[in-house]
Design a protein around this ligand. Sequence first.
Ligand code: ADP
Length: 320
Amino acid sequence: SSDGLILSFGEMLIDFVPTVSGVSLAEAPGFLKAPGGAPANVAIAVARLGGRSAFVGKLGDDEFGNMLAGILKENGVNGDGILFDKGARTALAFVTLRSDGEREFMFYRNPSADMLLKEQELNLELIRSAKVFHYGSISLITEPCRSAHIRAMKEAKKAGALLSYDPNLRLPLWPSAKEAREQIMSIWDQAELIKVSDVELEFLTESNKVDDESAMSLWHPNLKLLLVTLGEKGCRYYAKHFRGSVEAFKVKAVDTTGAGDAFVGALLRKIVNDLSILEDEKRLREVLRYANACGAITTTKKGAIPALPTDPEVLKFIKG
Ligand code: ADP
């Protein structure tokens, strides 16, 4: 098809999520095994919306890895860039649902398969065919995957892809906040489209403010669009010549997991075939309304992947 390929790069993993909030996984009466990993969620979001989608990342050659690869395939995501590590296991995340609704994570990464992705293993042909390369990994931190990630981004950019970035800050992964900030900023300066949450904006600017000044302090000349998602308050957008907000849709949220990924997937799906939308505020606002709708729908069902909508569902939701 003539549709541009959106390639999501990073990890896919299993989230172990307690069935009740306010207690640790060990104390919970039960738990769910939910497929996740932000880049994989984005890949599936794009495919559900009818876009051409590929996922590149490494899984363990184990029960979980095979299950996750199956989920991508079932959803129509191109898996030609999926690798299986012979020795290491698929990454796992153990989630605590705090009573305030926020999620805390612990990870099985000892090392997990995604951390062992090597530069020489990358499917460069697939990577070079991307129109949009979305980087959303939490794994940049160590070798060998660090070099592999940097190489993949470089190849995609060299071949003309737009580099999209979501830092997906998961603080416990880093030895210090300073190192987390430095690593995120090393990619930040190359990305042309960035989406952060309000919490990430506060973290990166080392302030407790979420305003235009703090967002603009992170602006750089390669950037075409910076988005700050604000949950039930919608999103703010910053481009070279304009900025503004798009309101959220009112819904009864039951689980916000994956809302940000649905938002990113929808946005990328809508711009991939015409990147000039990023410079046209009127058309961009329409796209962001669609992305907000996708985010909102995703909060109305449990889990991330099961909650991601199709294009007809979004259009129907927007009509009300
Ligand atoms: P992240 O998951 O990255 O923290 P958000 O929670 O801000 O991102 O969600 C992304 C988008 O999804 C928001 O910009 C908004 O449009 C939509 N959304 C999220 N939570 C809600 C909510 N409670 N009500 C309506 N829309 C929501």
